[in-house]
Design a protein around this ligand. Sequence first.
Ligand code: NAD
Length: 244
Amino acid sequence: TKEFQGKKALVTGATSGIGRAIAVKLAEAGATVYATGRRAELGKETVELIERAGGTGHFVVADVANLDEVRRLAAEVGEVDVLVNNAGVFPSSPTPEQSRHAYEQIFDVNVRATYFLTAALVPAMVARKKGAIVNVSSMAGQIGTPESSVYNASKAALDSLTRSWAVEFGAAGVRVNSVAPGLIRTDMAVHMVGESFEAFSRSTPLARAGEPEEIAEAVAFLASDRAGYITGAVLLADGGYVAT
Ligand code: NAD
């Protein structure tokens, strides 16, 4: 039988890029996947990809920048075995020019949504004494960069939550880990990094950008029973970038 057979997973930001790849990977491995995001037509595409891969998927629309929507999402999906907090935004700006709106948007989506979605779904995991949570952070949480201080801080905050939650829920058998991607070939990254994307890719030790499927593989591992003794970990999947 498949590794995630009989398990239910919720993946945020599953209408594109890394989140979509995670949703498809977990569904291929047997999970019933609840994919969520803002745009129904893209969510429908994710469900189609899941079904084409022989899996079972559902799409639930939610804008996780809105806390009421986060809570409604949790209530609508109900108990899950696996929660992947992947939705994220990356507007960059030099610090003196950062708008309050952009600052709040980054923290609302990257941190607050993760915080309250987890808070809503973890009690059922604790009660059943099993569950796995994976936060998709970033190597950006471990390094400095010139124009994305808020994003970097939000990703460091996610890794901190991972460690605290691993401690808080460990006794109940709930594992919490981060996957910290490096430069991954998604629309978001190609758009944000722009012309220097290829040069940046070549500058990593593996001399290329990563693929969304390679991040999905790391997330699926940490969400699976194969990672049974791993909690509170931050798994870099960055082609060696932070090692340089
Ligand atoms: P992406 O833009 O394709 O995916 C981000 C997802 O989050 C999208 O599905 C988007 O719809 C969703 N999202 C954003 N705001 C939302 C909101 N208010 N409500 C609901 N959903 C919302 O980019 P991606 O590269 O696939 O990024 C996925 C995650 O990986 C993000 O957390 C990002 O920070 C992280 N990451 C990406 C890279 C990279 O190089 N691509 C590197 C490190 C970390």
